[in-house]
Write a protein that binds this ligand. Structure first.
Ligand SMILES: C[S@@+](CC[C@H](N)C(=O)[O-])C[C@H]1O[C@@H](n2cnc3c(N)ncnc32)[C@H](O)[C@@H]1O
Length: 506
């Protein structure tokens, strides 16, 4: 193993991801839900991503916030090269990417940051690198600055963590073969152990489910999730203790549902947890109540609590946009704890109003068609729709934002032809990357290539699928693609156009 990796396995590049929860507007919304002030993003602000991977998310955010300065590091050369290529295509002059380890980044002269974010990093690096990360945050975060950190959490990993340990022991004790071959063999060993009736699997049914997940995992996920030598899941209080050393306090969850106990905690444990004064203990009880496997925590340095009037004013001024096609917004939904039914009469009115473009919460609440609905019901429906990802925070895009987003999206669509499956595209309307289903990405690419009918969209998608699968797509795929393309034109087209993701032809 190379020394520079510090036990991180670099044999395969990581998957290309973006996470809407890391967008500044989303983090501001999460803090507002917790009644806390957040850095402004309508003027100059600074944003650092640690361990950006392929850099898709960071590139998306830099492209749509020309007023912000974006920085990021990753120590894998292939990751930095891929991220830089995207930045060049989007002409994002406000983005500085460096091929640095966390230790090297500590030596750099960087400006104070409003946001420092890291996803899929803290669990996956060793203790020394976690200390570097805390030191970077301690040094760089401004007062009032925000940290987003995700990590595998306990006891949500109680069934799976021993399996990681066994695989890691088995694979790292082998010296023959690539890391991937050794982890395949280690994974097989887990299956053999289960078949041999090992008591661990017999007495932990959850471990069998975990084994199935591991067995079905892609090679990329297998290595980047399970192979790092320093891998460790954490109790949320461990993370709060680490970040307290950088003078930070837990503020909210970037998983918006978690900021609403009525939707994220079983009724039976809600009172018990709610009555717990100590915030760290409260969060820990929540993780036991919900078996949370991955936390996405938001911390703030010197958080400022907003008064009720400020919260109300900020909420009302928040601009909201559709974040998926209205026709795909189901009314029977699941919160993390239960099935609920959205109020059709409120949802229909909100979706219809938002189909015309983003609206402030105040404007939505004042819609004449909702005059007879209690304001509290409208707010509750809006909150639920935000938690479900039907709606998202929007920001009035600057002129430059649109052309940069258009350039980045064109560059991303080209990558579909190389067989890449993107997690989404960037929306100037949201000033963020948004999730888009893979086949919808193909239909959008077809439209950008000048196609307009369902027949042509389906044929285009099939051609890309053929190239990307390296073989002939089955003839049965075409009728299915045709059906999907028809639905896309009928139900998705107006929505995607409203996002302003591409420049008008001509
Ligand atoms: C699981 S990946 C997550 C990548 C990205 N944040 C995402 O979610 O798509 C962990 C990332 O941390 C980077 N990394 C690991 N150890 C590092 C170190 N010591 N210094 C800098 N980057 C490191 C890896 O190269 C990898 O890109």
């Amino acid at each position: 193993m190379d020394d520079w990796t510090d036990g991180y396995v670099t044999e395969l590049p990581y998957s290309v991801n973006h996470f809407p929860e890391m967008a500044p507007a989303h983090l501001r919304l999460a803090l507002l839900q917790a009644g806390l002030a957040a850095p402004r993003i309508d003027g100059d602000f600074s944003y650092l991503e640690l361990g950006f991977g392929q850099g898709l998310g960071l590139n998306m955010l830099a492209a749509v916030h020309p007023q912000g300065r974006f920085f990021g590091n990753d120590f894998m050369p292939a990751h930095v090269a891929a991220a830089q290529a995207l930045a060049d295509q989007a002409c994002s002059s406000n983005l500085q990417l460096v091929q640095d380890s966390f230790a090297q980044l500590l030596e750099r002269d960087l400006p104070p940051m409003d946001f420092i974010v890291l996803h899929g990093v803290y669990t996956w690096v060793n203790a020394e690198n976690r200390a570097h990360i805390v030191a970077l945050i301690a040094r760089l975060l401004k007062p009032g600055g925000v940290v987003y950190v995700s990590y595998n959490s306990m006891p949500g990993w109680a069934n799976k963590a021993p399996l990681q340990r066994l695989m890691s022991e088995a694979a790292h004790r082998q010296t023959e073969g690539s890391a991937l071959q050794r982890f395949h063999a280690a994974r097989d060993l887990l299956g053999q152990l289960d078949s041999a009736g090992a008591a661990f699997f017999v007495s932990n049914p959850g471990a069998r489910t975990a084994l199935r997940e591991i067995t079905n995992a892609s090679d990329t996920y297998l290595l980047h999730e399970f192979a790092p030598r320093g891998w460790s899941p954490f109790y949320c209080t461990d993370i709060a203790d680490d970040l307290a050393r950088a003078d930070l306090q837990f503020a909210a969850s970037a998983k918006l549902f978690s900021n609403f106990p009525q939707w994220s905690l079983p009724a039976a444990s809600r009172a018990l947890i709610g009555a717990t004064e100590d915030q760290g203990l409260r969060e820990l009880l929540r993780d036991f109540a919900m078996q949370t496997p991955l936390r996405r925590d938001v911390f703030v340095r010197s958080p400022r609590t907003l008064g009720a009037a400020d919260i109300e004013r900020e909420c009302h001024a928040t601009l909201i946009a559709l974040q998926r096609p209205p026709a795909s917004c189901a009314r029977h939904v699941r919160t993390p704890i239960e099935a609920v039914r959205l109020a059709d009469e409120v949802v229909d009115v909100l979706l219809a109003a938002l189909a015309n473009g983003p609206q402030t919460v105040a404007a939505l609440m004042a819609l004449p068609a909702l005059a007879n609905t209690r304001p509290a019901s409208i707010r509750e429906t809006l909150d639920l729709m935000l938690c479900l990802g039907y709606l998202g925070p929007a920001t009035a895009p600057q002129a430059e934002t649109r052309s940069r987003a258009h350039a980045l999206n064109q560059a991303l669509l080209k990558r579909l032809h190389a067989g890449e499956r993107l997690s989404g595209l960037v929306s100037p309307t949201h000033c963020a990357g948004i999730a888009i289903a893979y086949h919808d990405q193909l239909f959008l690419a077809a439209q950008q290539a000048g196609e307009s009918t369902a027949d042509a969209l389906a044929a285009y998608a099939q051609a890309v699928l053929r190239i990307s699968s390296g073989s002939k797509a089955t003839s049965a795929a075409l009728p299915e693609l045709h059906r999907e393309a028809s639905n896309f034109l009928k139900y998705g087209d107006a929505y995607y156009r409203s996002l302003d993701m591409f420049s008008a032809p001509g």
